[in-house]
Design a binder for this molecule. Structure first.
Ligand SMILES: [Zn+2]
Ligand SMILES: [Zn+2]
Length: 238
């Protein structure tokens, strides 16, 4: 019956490419757009997942990472950036289901270790403005696909932070450390957490969340994001 209704729906509303709107067989990205996205594959940094020749990038060597490993589906530029912006803006449910499929593929290496999926929380104010946290939608879809336990109550946004873009790296760190907290009512001792976000930029947010989760007893923190910004300083000499 489900198949029947899907056929009816596909006839009345044929699936379109989420990038360009071209008709496609299955909901997702058409071949043309697929070729225009930089998908992240090997070689990449074993810790932060940046596509780079070295085993561990200069950024990860120099910096203290509290997360054990971060993985991302695509490089945040061009079409990928366009997709993420659309995801934040509208049609979030459709995008979440497609992005979750991609995320589910890149977490397979460590999926069996994971106890909880946790979204990077957004503030009440921003949530109110947007009506939802799109990262939560991603987690819900990922839970359906992976069978992992989704636990949005573990991490709490405790303080309204200034928009991060305008701050330098050290200020961002200080600011971030204070802006999240771990819910003490839920024990995460010796648990493995998969932190989900749409984009990883400098990794500072993921790192601040991972630091708190580790301090609260988590044994490992993995991070999975749909897209990641390539840090230019990692490629050229610092
Ligand atoms: Zn397309
Ligand atoms: Zn790295």
């Amino acid at each position: 019956m489900v198949g029947f209704w899907k056929r009816v729906k596909d006839t009345l509303l044929p699936p379109r490419c989420i990038c360009c709107g071209e008709y496609v067989e299955k909901v997702g990205v058409c071949d043309n757009c697929w070729g225009g996205i930089k998908w992240i594959s090997e070689p990449k940094c074993k810790i932060c997942g940046q596509p780079i020749e070295d085993e561990i990038c200069k950024y990860c060597i120099a910096d203290e990472n509290f997360f054990d490993r971060a993985v991302s589906v695509m490089v945040y530029e061009g079409l990928a950036r366009h997709l993420i912006l659309k995801f934040k803006d509208c049609e979030a449910t459709l995008y979440a289901s497609i992005f979750a499929k991609w995320l589910n593929r890149i977490i397979q290496d460590f999926l069996e270790e994971i106890d909880f999926i946790v979204p990077v929380p957004i503030s009440f104010k921003r949530r109110f403005k947007r009506k939802y946290n799109q990262t939560e939608l991603l987690c819900i879809e990922l839970q359906k696909l992976s069978g992992l336990k989704y636990s949005p109550e573990i991490l709490i946004k405790s303080k309204e932070t200034a928009m991060q873009k305008s701050l330098n790296r050290e200020r961002r760190r200080q600011n971030l450390r204070k802006s999240f907290s771990v819910n003490e009512k839920i024990s995460i001792k010796d648990k493995v957490i998969l932190l989900i976000d749409d984009v990883i930029t400098t990794g500072a947010t993921a790192n601040a969340c991972a630091e708190l989760l580790k301090k609260a007893g988590a044994s490992k923190v993995y991070v999975a994001t749909v897209a990641r910004v390539i840090l230019k300083s990692t490629i050229s000499n610092p």
